[in-house]
Design a protein around this ligand. Structure first.
Ligand code: ZN
Length: 136
């Protein structure tokens, strides 16, 4: 399973992240020493430099922190334009931010910073998987 529409890395220590997305779970890593949670998952803690961590499931629920509409598509994104991406700050820790594609079910005129959204895995037609931000 590849994560993202245009993945450049196929295998990493955090490839389990993509596998869990198939089960509709968005995972982060949690440092066993200091408790810091990382999303995207990191294998080594930036605070204590330890590699002792565990997987934790994130709620995916949060508030929209910022968003933008792209009118020019990079490679492999040409047919998607215009599209809107956003970043939410998770309700359990606003320092944890998740970027995703804003769902087409949300009217662009109704988007506003601070609104409740939920990040969910979305399988694309070519069996790749990405993150979509939907209404709660
Ligand atoms: Zn740590």
């Amino acid at each position: 399973m590849l994560f993202g529409k245009n993945p450049i890395i196929t295998q990493t220590k955090v490839s389990e992240f993509a596998e869990r997305l198939k089960e509709n779970k968005i995972m982060g890593t949690k440092c066993k020493k200091c408790g810091q949670i990382y999303y995207p998952p990191r294998w080594a803690c930036a605070k204590c430099l330890t590699e002792e961590n565990e997987w934790v499931e994130l709620s995916g629920e949060g508030k929209l922190a910022t968003f933008t509409t792209l009118n020019v598509g990079g490679t492999k994104f040409e047919k998607d334009i215009p599209y809107t991406v956003g970043i939410i700050e998770l309700k359990e820790d606003q320092n944890i931010k998740i970027m995703g594609w804003i769902s087409n079910n949300i009217d662009r005129e109704n988007l506003e910073v601070g609104m409740d959204l939920k990040a969910v895995p979305k399988t694309l037609e070519d069996d790749k998987i990405t993150i979509e931000l939907i209404k709660v």
